[in-house]
Design a protein around this ligand. Structure first.
Ligand code: ADP
Length: 391
């Protein structure tokens, strides 16, 4: 209410919600709409539909996009969850329909885990999201997380802008993203792109959005959810396509038709993004808030750093620990890795612990160099084993 009130007093035309708390908040988008302020994002009813993972899956099913096998209605009890789990076969994952940011999920490997997990996710979901609808789906073993960026205008034109491989995750949170995906083929990109466009059209989408898929070893893909906002990792797509996504968002919100035909969108070279977090990888990635005593940010052709921190900045303990993103563009994957290696080596953040060295070790791993990794890689692999054994 304070933001709307201020916006009205200052005759604000439009509000860009960023990618934070308000970006997928249907109530906030509606409040903007009702007060004659343009919300730079999808219409509030689309946010409502896509913000709920179950209704988003139903939209995908209805338009013929493959989804991970799972239940279609919210679960009524732990017993029902167990019954479904047995019918899908283990492992399964329980998810809060309103969940996000890697929270409100529990993996179950065996029948005795299901009922306790159901109770846990339910109470977590109620506290964190104010909605305790829970559903269950089959847990795919060692898939990859590959997502497709789309842009849609208000006139039903939808384009896709290629993929981002976000399989390097810790506890379901993304750590490093790249485009193209090392496993992508022209044919798979076209089919995933078309599926993403179909899902967006089916829900009357407008503005920038991301359709997230899981991809198995046989390159089958399954719709997981749609993020109805610009995402943290959007610079990867901006640098690989040359499209300024935030500018496109503003143009779309202003009522302009999309300026791109599908064949105008070309991926050029290779882009890698490392998330820079104030956390201590040697202490189980514990957040490390505090004052930044000195800071050196690398630069050069094809090197982009998105951050708001500076020397003397006090990192507050209240939010997540990401303090910046380092994105590099190379003419191919090898060059992008070489540039990322230099840029990370030059990055200095003094005063707080960061994951800069962790990222450097990660991109030097043979599995990463070969482009051979899945969503479970960082959970199975101790990137800092050398460092630990030195202590
Ligand atoms: P959030 O909204 O919190 O980002 P997602 O539904 O996008 O949650 O899932 C986050 C991550 O959890 C995925 O990238 C993937 O690693 C893992 N995950 C979610 N569902 C499944 C599934 N059915 N099988 C395997 N992994 C899954």
């Amino acid at each position: 209410p304070d933001i709307i009130d201020l916006a009205k007093r200052r005759n604000v035309d439009a509000i860009h919600p960023g990618y934070g708390f308000l970006s997928e908040n249907a109530d906030f988008a509606r409040a903007c709409e009702e007060n004659g302020i343009t919300f730079i994002g999808p219409p509030s009813d689309v946010l409502g539909k896509m913000g709920d993972k179950l209704s988003a899956k139903q939209i995908a099913i209805d338009c013929g996009v493959p989804v991970v096998p799972g239940c279609k209605e919210p679960l009524k009890s732990g017993e029902e969850a167990l019954e479904k789990a047995i019918s899908f076969g283990f492992p399964v994952i329980l998810k809060a329909a309103a969940g996000g940011g890697g929270r409100g999920m529990r993996l179950c490997n065996a029948p005795e885990e299901v009922i306790p997990a159901f109770e846990l996710v339910k109470s977590e979901a109620k506290k964190a999201f104010g909605n305790d609808d829970i559903f269950i789906e089959k847990y795919l073993v060692e898939p990859k997380h590959i997502e497709v960026q789309i842009l849609a205008d208000k006139y039903g034109n939808v384009r896709h802008l290629g993929e981002r491989d976000c399989s390097l995750q810790r506890r379901n949170q993304k750590v490093l993203e790249e485009s193209p995906s090392p496993i992508m083929t022209e044919d798979l990109r076209r089919r995933m792109g078309e599926a993403a466009v179909r899902a967006a059209k089916a829900c009357g989408y407008a503005n920038a959005g991301t359709v997230e898929f899981l991809v198995d070893k046989d390159l089958n893909f399954y719709f997981m959810e749609m993020n109805a906002r610009i995402q943290v990792e959007h610079p990867v797509t901006e640098m690989v396509t040359g499209v300024d996504l935030v500018k496109a968002q503003i143009n779309i919100a202003a009522g302009l038709p999309l300026q791109y035909k599908q064949e105008d969108i070309k991926l050029s070279g290779h882009v890698i993004e490392c998330r820079i977090n104030a956390e201590n990888p040697l202490l189980d990635f514990r957040p490390s808030p505090g004052r930044i005593k000195s800071l050196f940010i690398p630069g050069g052709p094809g090197i982009r750093v998105d951050t708001a921190v500076y020397q003397g900045y006090e990192i507050p303990p209240y939010y997540d620990s990401m303090i910046g993103k380092l994105i590099v563009h190379g003419k191919n994957r090898e060059e992008a890795i070489a540039k990322m290696t230099w840029a990370l080596s030059e990055f200095i953040v003094d005063g707080v612990a960061t994951n800069v060295d962790f990222q450097l070790k990660l991109i030097r791993r043979p599995e990463f160099l070969e482009g051979n990794y899945d969503n479970g890689f960082l959970n199975r692999t101790d990137i800092l084993a050398d460092e630990r054994s030195k202590e």
